[in-house]
Design a protein around this ligand. Structure first.
Ligand SMILES: [Zn+2]
Length: 326
């Protein structure tokens, strides 16, 4: 059964039914003279997405664009298969992500390392390449033209180095991807998403502030759905991102064992669920874990702290005005 819902003005949410679960990962259809799909879900979701688009009256020749916020498999894994089913669609992605959609070998390999082969297969399935002539790489400040409406591209690294957020010119709705973390409608608790390999806390916080300053009406989470409390969620997102990073930094003073770090992170952030509207016994914690496990979040943060000295050294610039006399 296709599941679709009204997300914003002229934007319909399509539940990708990822991992056989509803209200976990959303794609969005922007209506108009050039219909566009934002996010695809993984390959295992293609059938559900196609059924959803079909129920909205979209035939195989009708979809003009597919846009992804980043190339993680829960957002873009299905893009190659959908591109084959919708041969008229152009595929828009950040320029750093584009080569990995043309040749997903490395992307799938790296996801396999994070998830393990078994979960990779059941959660996401295989990934088809996108023919490179159909790829439209974008960067910050670009506009994705969709006929009567368009999407402004905001480069929002932090969760991933190739992450973009998108602002719809017609409704003002802002597609957050994973820049703010995940926010599931059943528990309504915002949790950071800090997977390996390239999360960056400072950039992540800056990106959240950019999103706050550009959001006009509603945030559309890939996980999952619309939220209008923009300021509140942006504040929570940046505070929690910093807090989680700090917890892992402190844990690393005690131990290098990833399982132990993940356990500490889980324990020290458990109270966040109490800030949500639901009593603890009604929260399905497993839904958060399926999307973004504590082990994966801990692994991303450990890697961030271990690589930070290197990154800082490479960022150093020669002080200006202090050249030695020649
Ligand atoms: Zn992601």
């Amino acid at each position: 059964m296709p599941e679709t819902y009204e997300a914003a003005q002229g934007i319909t949410g399509v539940d990708t039914q990822m991992a056989g679960r509803t209200r976990l990962t959303s794609a969005y259809l922007l209506g108009g003279d050039e219909p566009a799909l934002v996010e695809t879900g993984p390959t295992t979701s293609v059938e559900a997405v196609m059924a959803g688009l079909g129920s909205l009256g979209l035939g195989s020749a009708d979809l003009a664009h597919i846009v992804v916020t980043h190339i993680h498999l829960d957002h873009a894994g299905g893009v190659g298969t959908l591109a084959r089913h919708f041969p008229a669609a152009s595929i828009w992605v950040h320029e750093r992500g584009a080569p990995h959609l043309a040749d997903p070998t490395k992307l799938v390999h790296s996801a396999g390392r994070v998830y393990g082969e078994e979960r990779l297969r059941t959660l996401f399935g295989p990934m088809e390449p996108v023919p490179s002539e159909r790829l439209r790489p974008v960067a910050d400040g670009d506009k994705v033209p969709l006929g009567t409406r368009g999407l402004d591209v905001l480069y929002t690294p932090g969760h991933a180095s190739h992450h973009i957020a998108l602002v719809d010119s017609l409704s003002g709705a802002l597609f957050t991807g994973d820049a703010l973390g995940i926010h599931l409608p059943d528990a309504r608790v915002l949790r950071p998403a800090t997977p390996p390999p390239d999360i960056d806390i400072e950039l992540g916080v800056q990106s959240i502030e950019r999103i706050r300053s550009r959001a006009e009406s509603v945030l559309l989470f890939s996980h999952f759905g619309p939220v209008t409390a923009v300021d509140e969620l942006c504040s929570i997102a940046s505070a929690r991102l910093r807090k989680w990073a700090e917890i892992v930094r402190e844990a690393l003073d005690e131990t290098d064992d990833l399982e132990r770090v993940a356990e500490l992170l889980e324990r020290r952030t458990a109270s966040e669920f109490e800030d949500g509207p639901l009593p603890r016994e009604e929260i399905d914690f497993e839904r958060y874990e399926v999307l973004s496990s504590m082990r994966m979040n801990a692994e991303g943060l450990v890697r961030y702290w271990k690589k930070r000295p290197e990154r800082e050294a490479s960022d150093e610039v020669a002080p200006t005005g202090a050249q030695p006399p020649s």
